[in-house]
Write a protein that binds this ligand. Structure first.
Ligand SMILES: [Zn+2]
Length: 202
């Protein structure tokens, strides 16, 4: 679970295979409890905890979209509730800590989602919505328009400059078919035929 986990979760595949469902359910519970999860870190869930049922996981994704992501994308604003603890430090500073361990799973999850979105600016991450697929993604640049990775950014670029795209694809294909190193090697082998080789038809 990395800092971009919530963005991946927002693209939940309803028909994910059972093994994947269980993994996502555990991750969702970890997120709801404010834990970081992942390898080598504390899961932030009690030892006797059970992952939420898949129906709850899909329902919380629907709520995440309906109550937070879609309003932010379409109106630029959403109502949010927060649960946590304020602390008065000796120097007079008041700090806020999101605490969700007493809340039911879905409430806890949405509260942590609110906290996550509030805190992501401190990590230099912006929330953008892809112009093509409308999904949220974490962006470093304020002018990022398409979600990263394979599909959307590539498709957008391909449409914007089809000629250049085809040329680059063609060049990449040529490199793949005959990489320069292998070409040099095969030439060297051909230059020195072994004794048992069949005579060349040319
Ligand atoms: Zn996209």
């Amino acid at each position: 679970m990395g800092p971009r986990w919530l963005y991946e979760f927002a693209r939940l595949r309803r028909g994910a295979p059972p093994v994947e469902q269980e993994r996502i359910a555990w991750e969702a519970l970890t997120f709801a409890n404010g834990g970081k999860g992942g390898e080598g870190t504390a899961w932030g869930v009690r030892a006797d905890a059970a992952p939420p049922p898949w129906a709850d996981v899909t329902r919380v994704e629907t709520q995440l979209w309906g109550e937070i992501l879609a309003p932010l994308r379409d109106k630029g604003t959403c109502d949010a509730t927060w649960a946590g603890r304020l602390r008065l430090l000796q120097d007079g500073t008041v700090t806020a800590q999101t605490v969700t361990d007493q809340l039911p799973f879905r409430e806890a999850f949405l509260c942590q989602a609110v906290a996550f979105l509030r805190e992501q600016a401190e990590r230099g991450i912006r929330l953008r919505f892809c112009r093509r697929c409308k999904n949220p993604f974490a962006a470093k640049r304020p002018d990022a328009k398409h979600c990263p990775g394979t599909s959307c950014r590539t498709l957008a670029w391909r449409q914007a400059d089809p000629v250049r795209f085809r040329k680059i694809r063609k060049d990449a294909y040529r490199r793949k078919v005959s990489p320069p190193s292998r070409q040099a090697q095969s030439t060297r082998i051909l230059d020195r035929p072994r004794a048992g080789d069949a005579p060349s038809p040319l």
